[in-house]
Design a protein around this ligand. Structure first.
Ligand SMILES: Nc1ncnc2c1ncn2[C@@H]1O[C@H](COP(=O)(O)OP(=O)(O)OP(=O)(O)O)[C@@H](O)[C@H]1O
Length: 255
């Protein structure tokens, strides 16, 4: 008899997680497990609390309830080092003549740029960019990058050092369909090759269906439903989450 596969243990468990901002409840008693080594998609309407959940995980927002990491990682530190985070938006001053190489070097070497970039740092930056397929952008101004290229540069940064948990907040917003599929394929490859656990916010339900192992649906700051995409992304659930009739293409992209 074939034994059913044991479910992956949680890397992070959330128990009755609540967050208030400006005196308003934003997350309400969120209880969920983010399974180790999987891709979990966080979906919901604008304003349902997705970004707030990611920010609570990186200690940017005070919370009630429990966020427990099962990887020996100390979540009480101001910025948890086991987490890589790609935010929804990055606003850079267009007057700063910063190249991608400078941008990575500033983060990697933690010393003023006027000391110059060491050969070691330059080599490391190039290696990081190759991993996400934008090494041709090393000497380009950050401000001149396309949305897709910038997201890959931010992903390269989030993967250094190798995190236990990768948080991606709408990583493909503003990327065209071809770029979108490539980006999700890249995330799937990184997840498979490194075993990093991924929690990503997405509005693209077809990509979620194709690539996520689990889905968490937020509505009004509370979990509406959760589980594998095949069970969760049903027309009934989606109308409860989004308040509109939705239909999905029943396909899985190869990655
Ligand atoms: N710093 C803040 N102070 C007060 N309210 C906030 C703050 N940040 C977010 N909010 C509110 O919290 C709610 C949830 O915001 P959040 O950004 O988490 O939603 P979201 O699901 O990520 O939305 P979107 O899909 O538009 O990115 C919104 O009503 C927002 O206005």
């Amino acid at each position: 008899m074939i034994k059913p596969e044991a479910p992956a243990p949680p890397l992070v468990s959330l128990r009755n997680l609540s967050v208030e901002l400006g005196g308003r409840p934003i997350l309400r008693n969120v209880t969920a497990d983010i399974k180790r080594g999987t891709i979990t998609a966080l979906i919901g309407l604008n304003g349902s609390g997705k970004t707030t959940l990611l920010r609570a995980l990186v200690n940017e927002y005070p919370h009630k309830g429990e966020i427990k990491f099962h990887c020996g990682h100390d979540h009480s530190k101001p910025y948890p080092e086991a987490i890589g985070y790609v935010p929804q938006r990055l606003t850079l001053d267009a007057r700063l003549p910063l190249t991608v190489g400078d941008f990575l070097a500033l983060t990697l070497s933690r010393r003023p740029l006027f000391f110059g970039i060491s050969k070691r740092t330059a080599a490391k930056s190039l290696e990081m960019l190759k991993r996400v397929d934008v090494d041709n952008c090393l000497n380009r101004p950050v401000e001149g990058l396309s949305g897709g290229q910038l997201q890959r540069v931010l992903l390269a940064l989030a993967l250094e050092p190798q995190p236990e948990l990768l948080l991606l907040d709408e990583p493909a917003a503003g990327i065209d369909f071809g770029g979108l599929k490539k980006f999700y394929d890249l995330i799937a490859t990184i997840n498979r090759e490194t075993g990093v656990t991924v929690l990503l916010v997405s509005h693209d339900l077809n990509m979620v269906q194709a690539h996520a192992h689990d889905v968490l649906c937020l509505r009004g700051g509370a979990i509406q439903c959760q589980g594998p995409p095949g069970e969760v992304l049903t027309p009934i659930n989606m109308s409860l989450v989004f308040g509109a009739e939705m239909s999905l293409f029943p396909h899985r992209f190869s990655s």
